[in-house]
Design a protein around this ligand. Structure first.
Ligand code: PSU
Ligand code: MN
Length: 309
């Protein structure tokens, strides 16, 4: 039996061909599909993200672990299988990948897990909804997403609508600063607040278009080994109303406290309570923002192929 890691990383024909021809490829994660959004809209969102990347002229590479193999470029039916509740797919961060392969399990990859795989196979752009970050109360719980530390050592550009608004946003921005991960607003100097266009925090930098974003990251890589966050706000006419947002957040935090959830469970429980409290409105906003991020990531991947020396 071949036990090498390469044996466990399977590229779809489409992704393998695109990479070998240096065509633009965008990595897409699967935790948002399997643990982050309710069925059946989760698979619709995945399909829309896939299409948004294609519409921008890039090739989507949805990443997940099926039967102990990392698949880069999951087909629609493979993704459906991974998301089926009977499979009980695990939530895989970067630290979980090697073990998931060794014990031949199924798993969806977080941003951290996805960029670790993307970098391994030579993809340098990914899209998600909201990056993980420092949770409220982290001074006691120490709950800080490994998305941050993984992004600090993995040179992949991540397009996200900031970090999820369930988090301690100020603390997350400070951690990204300490970790040396640049945050660049896309046509904004306000840090997006996931369900809200602005979190109320300002950014030092913004870019005007996909070419500038690609140039910023290529140049960044001359001086630093970290990834970069391109912060793309949800359009203001699609965001959650401020009051609805704040009430949903209150309810979500109270529920998670009441249930005493910790670790990997925290983010899915908070997002699910947002969906329940807003009667699905938060899910629509999540859908709009992640599809728009996939489109922008596709544009940036295209721009890379033009500005790369
Ligand atoms: N963006 C979304 N929904 C999600 C996520 C991102 O719109 O569910 C996922 C990503 O996979 C991210 C993860 O890496 O949430 C963060 O989980 P944690 O806080 O446990 O690190
Ligand atoms: Mn956590």
């Amino acid at each position: 039996m071949n036990n090498s890691l390469a044996h466990h990383v399977v590229l779809s024909d489409e992704v393998a061909t695109a990479l070998s021809e240096s065509r633009p490829v965008v990595a897409l994660e699967t935790t948002i599909v399997v643990q982050g959004l309710p069925a059946p809209i989760n698979l619709e969102v995945a399909r829309d993200c896939d299409q948004a990347v294609r519409d921008s002229g890039s090739v989507p590479a949805t990443i997940g672990v099926l039967n102990g193999s990392v698949v880069v470029g999951l087909s629609a039916s493979e993704l459906e299988e991974l998301a089926s509740p009977q499979r009980k797919a695990a939530k895989l961060s970067s630290r979980d990948l090697g073990i998931a392969l060794a014990v031949a399990t199924d798993g969806a990859t977080t941003v951290a897990g996805t960029i670790a795989v993307a970098h391994h196979v030579g993809i340098d752009v990914m899209a998600t909804g909201g990056l993980g970050g420092v949770h409220r109360g982290a001074a006691q719980s120490f709950d800080e997403s490994a998305d941050l530390t993984t992004l600090s050592r993995t040179p992949v550009l991540v397009v996200a609508s900031g970090v999820k608004s369930i988090l301690d946003i100020g603390a997350t921005l400070e951690r990204l600063d300490s970790l040396g991960v640049p945050i660049v607003g896309f046509r904004t100097t306000r840090f997006p607040g996931f369900y809200r266009a602005s979190s109320g925090f300002d950014l030092d930098w913004s870019v005007d278009d996909a070419t500038q974003a690609a140039l910023a990251f290529l140049n960044h890589r001359l001086f630093s080994p970290t990834g970069m966050l391109i912060a793309n706000p949800v359009p203001e006419d699609r965001q959650l109303d401020a009051q609805t947002h704040d009430h949903a957040l209150e309810s979500a935090l109270a529920l998670s406290n009441h249930l005493g959830v910790t670790g990997k469970e925290v983010t899915p429980v908070l997002l699910a309570e947002f969906a329940r409290f807003t009667a699905g409105e938060s899910v629509q906003v999540n859908r709009d923002l992640v599809v728009s991020n996939a489109a922008l990531a596709g544009d940036i991947a295209q721009a890379f192929t033009k500005v790369r020396p």
